[in-house]
Write a protein that binds this ligand. Structure first.
Ligand SMILES: [Zn+2]
Length: 553
């Protein structure tokens, strides 16, 4: 195996940017005398916003100039390219009023710094007009009138004509309205060289929605940073924040992450809508065998129920559904999460932070006399150890492990220092899961299976299959052209019974554990996924997107 060093992209980008900036600064200092003008560092110069706004932001950005101060009747102008003929076209109207012009050469980052003042002006204007917050009524209106991502782009194009603080508020309302209408889980705002791209994540997949001119998008980003409660003037560090708005009876929480990048700040917002998901074991998409087993498992008073899978495979949703199904006023359930994603009525939910870590939190929780505990994730030896002890001392514990499949959880626990013999008594069942998109019921059509596909099915089910057709879809208005609508889970599980315990103690490799669990007759994730393909719920493409169907042990 080749060892690949891990780079932190954010840090690398920041370093490269700084290096590039100091090189550019040296270059500009050398170039300025050749143009017969002086070099100026705008970071070290007060910028007069009254003078700056003599030139509209879009014009300033297009021609790469910034009017930053006056000296008597002389306007001081920073430029990037003194030879740009457009500069004089912009400045001539000012010269005609009797002003003189003195030009300075400056760097890109200096220029960006001056332009950021437009942002501050826009925000103080918005404050005065009282339109700083997102207007939930507006968002609601847009959410009702938007039916596809094309509608979002169209509405944005209409608003984009006016240029003022009100425009920024409206654009933000469209972005949120569109996200709610299309059931997006995340909104991504990603700066590129010339434009800023807006994308939605819908059913786990990112979709391009529209792009903005940089001058518009910096206002949008600043306004969202303000809403999220992060520092506006910090533009070169990663920051996290959150805010909420109420749409009717729904309280939508927006978790925001801002990171610096080569082309400006990029922003990701996760929309958490507690009313959007009703956590119910019946809605998870479990096959009959899995469902029957889980109902039995949830009746046990102690031990551990683990779920595995990569990020975004629906682990939290499944665990929440399990908690909701066992919740009664007679038992005390406490959770320890990072972060708390949805509020569950009647359940004590706590969130980890730098002080209240998984390990410390878990110890605190155990002193609160709980019956059931949910530990967001087993990440290290200490948490693994405390979780297992909790299960051994009469608690029912739910947790997740970041492994590819159920069998992979055993070697991981052993790697965390858990005694293989203890796993047998502390663990009840381990689940593996993925999420697949469901076919759109409006536009799905039946088609025959190819010979290759029949061979694949034969191999995965270990027997010939009597079904000879599956479904596919081309996309329609009902599914915004994607062919899919909504998602469902694909599951597998290993019960820790006497056979499996023997394997864990004698030879805890994934293949041995799988062989020992075979008699439990629980379909594998591959089999469960393909049953959902044959049942017309999803497609082969979709299952192979989340699972490897071609390389099995
Ligand atoms: Zn459709």
């Amino acid at each position: 195996m080749v060892y690949m060093p891990q780079f932190d992209d954010t840090q690398t980008n920041v370093k490269l940017k700084k290096l590039h900036e100091s090189e550019e600064e040296r270059l500009m200092q050398i170039l300025a005398p050749k143009y017969g003008i002086e070099y100026i560092n705008l970071f070290a110069t007060p910028i007069n916003s009254e003078i700056l706004k003599l030139i509209p932001e879009t014009t300033a950005r297009r021609t790469e100039i910034a009017l930053f101060a006056t000296n008597g009747e002389t306007l001081l102008v920073a430029v990037r390219n003194p030879k740009n003929p457009e500069i004089m076209l912009v400045l001539n109207p000012l010269i005609e009023t009797g002003k003189h012009i003195q030009m300075f050469l400056t760097t890109q980052s200096s220029m960006e710094h001056a332009w950021e003042q437009y942002d501050d002006m826009e925000i103080s204007h918005a404050k005065k007009q009282g339109i700083l917050d997102v207007d939930p009524e507006r968002i609601k209106e847009f959410a009702h009138s938007i039916h596809s991502h094309l509608d979002v782009a169209e509405k944005i194009a209409q608003i984009n004509i006016e240029r003022n603080a009100h425009q920024t508020s409206l654009l933000i309302a469209v972005i949120f309205g569109g996200a709610l209408a299309l059931n997006a889980s995340d909104i991504h705002i990603e700066p590129e060289a010339v434009v800023v791209r807006i994308r939605y994540r819908i059913d786990g997949i990112l979709w391009d929605v529209c792009s903005f001119d940089k001058s518009v998008s910096t206002h949008i980003v600043s306004r969202l940073k303000l809403l999220a409660g992060v520092k506006l003037n910090v533009r070169r560090e990663a920051q996290d924040g959150r805010f909420t708005f109420n749409i009717g009876t729904r309280e939508i929480e927006i978790r925001t992450s801002v990171i610096p990048g080569a082309y400006g700040e990029s922003l990701v917002m996760r929309l958490l809508d507690p009313s959007a998901s009703s956590f119910n074991i019946e809605y998870l998409g479990m096959n009959a065998r899995m469902h029957e087993i889980m109902l039995e498992e949830l009746k046990r008073p102690n031990g551990t129920i683990l779920t595995t899978g990569p990020t975004g495979s629906g682990k939290t949703t499944a665990l929440y559904a399990f908690l909701v199904s066992i919740h009664t006023p007679a038992i005390k359930i406490i959770t320890l999460e990072d972060p708390v994603e949805y509020k569950l009525p009647g359940i004590v939910q706590t969130q980890v932070n730098s002080e209240y870590t998984f390990e410390r939190g878990l110890r605190t929780i155990l002193r609160q006399d709980p019956d059931v505990i949910l530990v967001g994730e087993i990440r290290d030896r200490e948490v693994a150890d405390t979780t297992i002890s909790a299960a051994l001392t009469g608690h029912l514990v739910f947790s997740t492990l970041h492994t590819n499949n159920a069998a992979g959880a055993i070697p991981r626990l052993i790697h965390f220092g858990i005694d293989p013999r203890t796993i047998g008594s502390a663990c009840n069942i381990i689940l593996g899961q993925r999420l697949v998109r469901k076919l759109c019921d409006v536009c799905k059509v039946e088609r025959a299976l190819t010979i290759e596909e029949q061979k694949l099915l034969h191999r995965i089910f270990e027997q010939p299959i009597a079904i000879h057709s599956v479904f596919e879809s081309k996309g329609c208005d009902a599914c915004d052209g994607s062919g899919y609508k909504g998602r469902t889970g694909v599951f597998e599980a290993i019960q820790i019974d006497a056979h499996v315990v023997e394997a864990i103690i004698n030879d805890p490799r994934e293949s041995t554990i799988l062989a020992a669990a075979k008699h439990q007759n629980i379909p594998t994730m591959q089999q469960d996924g393909l049953m959902k393909v044959l049942g017309g719920i999803t497609t082969l493409d979709e299952v192979s997107r989340v699972l490897d169907l071609y390389h099995l042990e």
